[in-house]
Unconditional design. Sequence first.
Length: 455
Amino acid sequence: MRVLKFGGTSMGDEHTWRRVLEIIKTYDRPIVIVSATARTTRQLVAAAELAAVDFGRASTMAIEIKERHELLIRNFLDRMNDRNGNNINELTEQCERWIEDRTKTLLQLLNEIAEEGNLTSRLKDAVAGIGEQLSSRLFSYCGSAFGLQTSWVDARSIIKTDSNFGNANPDLSLIAKNSEELSLLSAQGMIPVMGGYYGEDSKGEATTLGFEGSDFSASLLGSALDAEAIEIWTDVSGIYTCDPRIVEDAFPIKKMSFREATEMAYFGAKVLHPSTMNPAEEKQIPILVKNIFEPDHSGTIIRGETGENGKAKAMTFLKDVTIVTVTSPHTRMGYDFLSGVFKVLKDYHLSVNVVTTTEASISLALSSGQIHADMIDSMEELGEVQTKDKQGIISLIGCNFETMEEVSGQIFAAIPKTPVTMISYSSEKKNLNIVLPENLLTSSVQAIHKKLFDR
Ligand code: ADP
Ligand code: MG
């Protein structure tokens, strides 16, 4: 059994829907996870945010989403005929009823937000998950019209989470138990189709798994079902050496370890949700990243150690970084000082990308969005604080200690006059991070890629 996940780019329009169904058709007993159709989640979140101040405009957006889905369905189903033993008219009506139903719920939620006058994280999640609720059930109906034995499964009955809205933590044992329903369907020859990204907490409130959460849903199911593989289908042929939108010469990486893929996601590659690898690694289930437009391309396989000993496997970058430097009032940092700094990180739930220290000070590279006055005040109680904003981080993933000298030599040869702000190398995690002014980020990424990854 394999879990196949199709992202927003694959759910774009009736043509990609057909393409995806052609791919699904080639599998024996697949489990299918889909994202919302392209742009929908973003639009839903925008409507939720708008509803508190302008219900009229928010509801116009809801109607836009409704009409877009109606059009997609019509475009898809109108070209199908009844030869598969399914009544297309009936399927069209079922689709329309579901769009009607979800739009009604959406408008009710937007109204609730308007009445409260502000957007709570609970309501935001309730709205955000509607994209997948729509796409998954409609896609399942279209699968039937296409001649597949698809059966829609509401993720709320499977993906149970805590109540950490916006970034909910899955309850693995409940998910394992609930997934039996999917095995049963599959054993009966059905193809379960479930929406990714959303789930439900113990009180029955809708939750979401965070940005790009459908990848995570897929690996949660893959692990719960002991799948043979988890396949992430997208619009590029695997994980590239660098973001192909920035680096023209980037190319797909054949194999990566779970850790390398996690590091990549953590350090800014927007291909996979960073938590995706955890459930898969636990059960040593390989993750494949493949392209719906080039299905014969082997793409990238992510699994246990790859045994490779390369110079560097991939590079990523992050924008909007601020460096906070705290200098101890004493000539040396004591452990009181250091533990104080880390306590502030803990108190404010800050995740740090890069840390360096000198004898008397510590520098932390943080996403700029995490910086606020209270946090800086708390740091000032420990020592003198300086901040430097408009920074970016370049991360080299999968380096090896043995080749480090060579790699760093090539990097600095590639960006000879760049005023680097910070450098860190973690031998254990095998990555190298360079912090530099944000305006030099893109050109530096391109120059380093050329030097290190030239084929
Ligand atoms: P999906 O809708 O399938 O989830 P995403 O937009 O989340 O797709 O991810 C695929 C996109 O990620 C690609 O179109 C590509 O432009 C972008 N991307 C950024 N960095 C990388 C990378 N290192 N490798 C591959 N794709 C990347
Ligand atoms: Mg994605």
